[in-house]
Design a protein around this ligand. Sequence first.
Ligand code: ATP
Ligand code: MG
Ligand code: MG
Ligand code: MG
Length: 567
Amino acid sequence: MLFSKFYVPTLKETPAEAEVISHKLLLRAGMIRKLTSGIYTYMPLGLRAINKVANIVREEMNRAGAQEISMPMVQPADLWQESGRWDFYGKELLRLKDRHGRDYCLGPTHEEVITDLIRGEVRSYRQLPINLYQIQTKFRDEIRPRFGLMRGREFIMKDAYSFDKDDEGVNASYQAMYDAYTRVFTRLGLEFRAVSADSGAIGGSFSHEFMVLADTGEDTLAVCTSCSYAANLEKAETKAQPMCTTTCAAYEQVATPGKHTVEDVAGFLAVAMTQVMKTLLFDVDGKSVAVLLRGDREVNDVKLKNLLGATSVELATPEQVVAWTGAPVGFAGPVGLTVDAIYADHEIAAGTDFVCGANAADAHLIHVDPRRDITLSTDAAPTGYADLRSITLDDPCPACGGSLTMPKGIEVGHVFKLGTKYSKSMNATFLDENGKEQVIIMGCYGIGVSRVVAACIEQNNDANGMIFPPSIAPFEITILAMSTKDEKVMAKGREIHDWLESQGIDTLFDDRDERPGVKFNEADLLGSPMQIVIGGKGLEKGVLEVKNRKTGEKRELPVADWQNAVL
Ligand code: ATP
Ligand code: MG
Ligand code: MG
Ligand code: MG
């Protein structure tokens, strides 16, 4: 590809809306452009990276015996009513009506559609197992789309679905997908962990998430330093603190107005929050841990409802709290966390209190004062805060008792053993060897193809730009011609470019009439793993310069045998 003909609208300045590095660089390198919240156009360079990921995913799916199909994106509501998810899925499901007033949704995932397909096709155990996948645009009306491709509303997912006749079969299908995922993320050159995970809204009995390790990840992992135990913290905490009754008892105790010890309230918060919160903030200094209800009101409402067994849960609004308590409140909701974390996350002014309650009428103000006791009261404004960092949660590595580290992770893939959750409610059955009707056993397996590109950039960048691993790089090699006036330089550049392309190596030849400085900067920004610099003086000496983008290492190569050196 000639740079002069390639559409790469790079930006000098970083747009203010971008918070994380991948979002900044994707915009600066002209790889994506925003249409509206959480919805992006993939530009030529961005699409190249996405397609590279998609192709590796496709190769490994095919290798594992899955077959590619493409399902409709618009899905009829009645299928979702059959599975029970029309009501359960909540606002992430974008619903629409056709001209006849019939209900539809945009597919956030395809269990219903594929179960409907298979129940119409499969009659006999002889037709099983089946594993079908697609690579397709999904729509989820995320409550907080952010971080560019990391959490979009419209995004590209690979989703596969397996259908088996028995447990042995589904275990084999699951393992084949687990292994394929391991190959995919290894080939993509990402540093990742497979962790055991909660199955969340999709449901099921067994699942692993594939996490790319990066500080900007939205998930907190628990990884044992002594054994192979690795989990999403949701799961780790659920194990350590299994019961809602514990929470409810703790809640009852602290929900009584009056003075309570830090430990009582913290205990409640710790248990409650570890169960209801997707994201926990752990401030680990020594053993100390604090917990935070953080995130989105609607989600938390639902989770709290489940947790407390309450019939209605309403988080107090700041206005309500001010009305009930007369206290200046900047954030309403059941909260327990380190004071530092509060400030960092919500920018709450000093003198703010927090509200905790199963419903509005029952909401309590949590007032933490410097003497380290906590009062649930309807009293006036508090005078200060205690630091809750002395709270400890009782979680030794659940597997071996060893100690846990808690890195951040970006969920790039997820494998679920669904069992009969969808096949049962949607009546997808087959006749077994004895002619007896049985319910098909399912698994589902997702990879966030567009998110992978963002996760890759989060893991591979420096002050100058992106550093792609060769497998994802839009161009594996960038050739920089130092002088477009020098016909020898241009001819050598074209020769190398054409030869590399003929070898199947994606190559960008910067043939633009630009200053060397501009070319160097943009080559670094766009992140090809290797750069070949051709200058007039070098050619006279009979050498080219090759730069490794990751290490910055430069070496001179004899022009005569550059092919060997590059390969
Ligand atoms: P998350 O926990 O990040 O919301 P999820 O668990 O809801 O993700 P799954 O239902 O497991 O997502 O979907 C399969 C994969 O699709 C995820 O592992 C992730 O890589 C990707 N994915 C999910 N939501 C998004 C999104 N909003 N933007 C980009 N990729 C996404
Ligand atoms: Mg989600
Ligand atoms: Mg998830
Ligand atoms: Mg998931």
